[in-house]
Design a protein around this ligand. Structure first.
Ligand code: FAD
Length: 525
């Protein structure tokens, strides 16, 4: 078998892998990144690139009053009891490293900015209405020159402008860029600093000597290549969202890889090789849920449509069961929790014609619903709520009763059942003010519309058990020497919830950053 030798092997050229590669080069390591596809950037390129990184200097300069203790208090209050994957040390590691990593990225001239996004639970102890979510200013992939062809490009639907928020500080940005910009910036630094990247090369096996991981076997150009890693191996090759088999084995049912917003990149390839060396796994039943509708076989987020007025989400009994405006990570979970009592996968987004003529829904612009979408059953249209319920096969009296009750709440301006539209997070998508609850308005304009809502995801949360330094652990808690992983290859620390937008990318990047410092023996700077 051909052989190659380097200091650090990284599996996966998503942004976690790229960030680790850049950090390790800065410390003088020789680095090889192996990437199964022909492109770098991974899932992040197609994401919004929001990163939940509390107590960062950028927000401090805008006058946001945040601190490591406040952010840690907030994170603990959102996450509750510790677990194997969500230890006190990992939580503390995240929060203490966030400002340090941002400082390092800024000193490397990464063009970061604060987004006008609140925490998901701003009213919790230590929660904030803004300042913790940062992103990357637009960076033109063409600036990569020849390497531009190596960048995974964002699908057009991920770029959007965030709504103006009257109640947040005016200096934070409303511009929605793409994760593609972060990937561009990291790929540039990787190329300029001499990171070796092997594209179309799949990580397949780990090699071990006397209990220590000493390298990997990769599949490259139809042959297997042995790569010796003098210092360590870092698994940054994502979760198992694209594997229907692993989904059915571990996630709540029903589940479908076609509901995932990921582009079928990650199939859990970190798991078996590490488990063969005794690695433990955790959090396998959780994912970064994101409610979606499916149109033409493609999943679409419905964050704005479900926060918008003139709409409710109901189960098969025709009942509402949560605030439709809740954070996506939380809402997807509700669909499964509810389904234990009443069938709620799928649930139904019920809209009146004012909603359909005013708001975009999936691929359909406001006021425009193609005949084909109706014929295919991707969206259902009916003259009355009774007819709509019949077409959907859900409880007619239940649906009508729910809409009558909700219309009463709309009249009063208060959702007495689920407090929809009351928190800063709920109002964020609507550009609402504290004075008026824009999320509540009657459904009374025929025709009525409905689309099926599924628990989609932006990735899985389960994976290899790691410690605060991203070292992969055995079931007895001992680390496997030389083996590191970051979420999604590793288990997320976020349990079944999330503190705010960007926590998935945030924890993957921080785990990558901390892994490199640990491999170098540094205590953090
Ligand atoms: C539509 C969408 C929007 C999102 N928005 C956000 C957001 O705004 N904020 C946020 O925090 N998170 C968001 N996420 C999630 C976020 O993108 C991920 O958490 C993040 O990209 C994880 O980065 P990563 O580098 O760890 O993994 P990935 O970006 O998934 O990269 C993994 C890489 O490993 C490669 N790979 C897989 N298997 C192998 C193998 N065997 N050998 C070699 N290479 C392999 C893959 O091809 C891929 O390039 C979003 C996700 C989606 C789908």
């Amino acid at each position: 078998m051909p052989q190659f030798e380097t200091d650090l092997v990284i599996a996966g050229a998503g942004t976690a892998g790229l960030l680790a590669a850049v950090a390790a080069r800065r410390l003088g390591f020789e680095v090889l990144v192996v990437e199964r596809t022909a492109y770098a950037g991974g899932t992040t390129s197609g994401s919004r690139g929001a990163m939940w990184l509390p107590a960062n200097d950028l927000a401090g300069k805008l006058g946001v009053n945040d601190s490591v203790p406040a952010a840690l208090e907030y994170l603990n209050s959102v996450l509750g009891d510790t677990t194997d994957a969500s230890t006190a040390a990992r939580r503390e590691g995240y929060i203490t490293s966030a400002p340090k990593m941002v400082r390092w990225l800024l000193s490397s001239r990464l063009p970061l900015f604060v987004m006008r996004l609140p925490d998901y639970h701003p009213a919790e102890e230590g929660g904030l209405p803004q300042g913790r979510v940062i992103s990357t200013h637009h960076s033109d992939p063409k600036s990569l020159g020849d390497n531009a062809a190596r960048l995974r490009r964002a699908p057009a639907r991920t770029a959007r402008k965030l709504p103006p928020l009257g109640f947040l500080a005016p200096k934070a940005s409303t511009t929605g860029t793409r994760g593609e910009s972060l990937a561009t910036e990291l790929l540039r630094r990787a190329c300029v600093n001499g990171v070796e990247i092997w594209f179309e090369t799949a990580f397949a096996e780990l090699t071990e000597t006397a209990g220590r991981v000493t390298g990997v076997v990769v599949e490259r150009g139809g042959e297997r290549v042995q790569v010796v890693a003098r210092k360590a191996v870092l698994l940054a090759c994502g979760g198992f969202e694209a594997s229907q088999t692993l989904r059915e084995e571990h996630l709540p049912l029903p589940t479908n890889a076609a509901w995932s917003l990921n582009e079928a990149l990650n199939d859990g390839s970190a798991l078996d090789p590490a488990m063969a060396l005794g690695a433990d796994t955790a959090a396998m039943g959780n994912a970064w849920w994101a409610p979606v509708i499916v149109a033409n076989g493609v999943p679409y987020r419905i964050d704005r449509a479900r926060q918008a007025p003139h709409s409710v989400i109901v189960d098969h009994a025709g009942d509402r069961f949560f605030s439709e405006a809740a954070g996506p990570a939380i809402l997807g979970r509700y669909l499964y929790d509810r389904t234990r009592g009443v069938r709620s996968v799928p649930s139904f987004l019920i809209m009146d014609n004012k909603h359909r003529s005013s708001y975009e829904l999936g691929p359909w612009k406001a006021g425009s619903t193609p005949r084909k979408a109706i014929d295919d059953g991707d969206i259902v249209r009916a003259g009355t709520l009774d007819e709509l319920a019949q077409q959907l096969g859900i409880d007619r009296a239940g649906l009508i009763g729910t809409v009558v009750r909700f219309n009463g709440f709309a009249h009063k301006g208060v959702d007495e059942d689920f407090r929809r539209g009351e928190s800063d997070w709920d109002r964020f998508g609507l550009g609402g003010s504290k004075k008026k609850n824009y999320g509540l308005a009657k459904l009374d304009r025929s025709p009525y519309w409905a689309a099926k809502v599924y628990p989609g995801d932006t990735g899985t949360k389960g994976g290899l058990l790691i410690d605060a330094d991203s070292r992969v652990l055995r079931a007895d808690g001992s680390p496997i020497a030389g083996l590191y992983a970051c979420p999604g290859a590793a288990a997320s620390l976020m349990k079944g919830t999330s503190p705010g937008p960007g926590a998935g990318l945030g924890e993957a990047l921080i785990a990558a950053y901390r892994a490199v410092l640990a491999i170098d023996g540094a205590q953090g700077e």
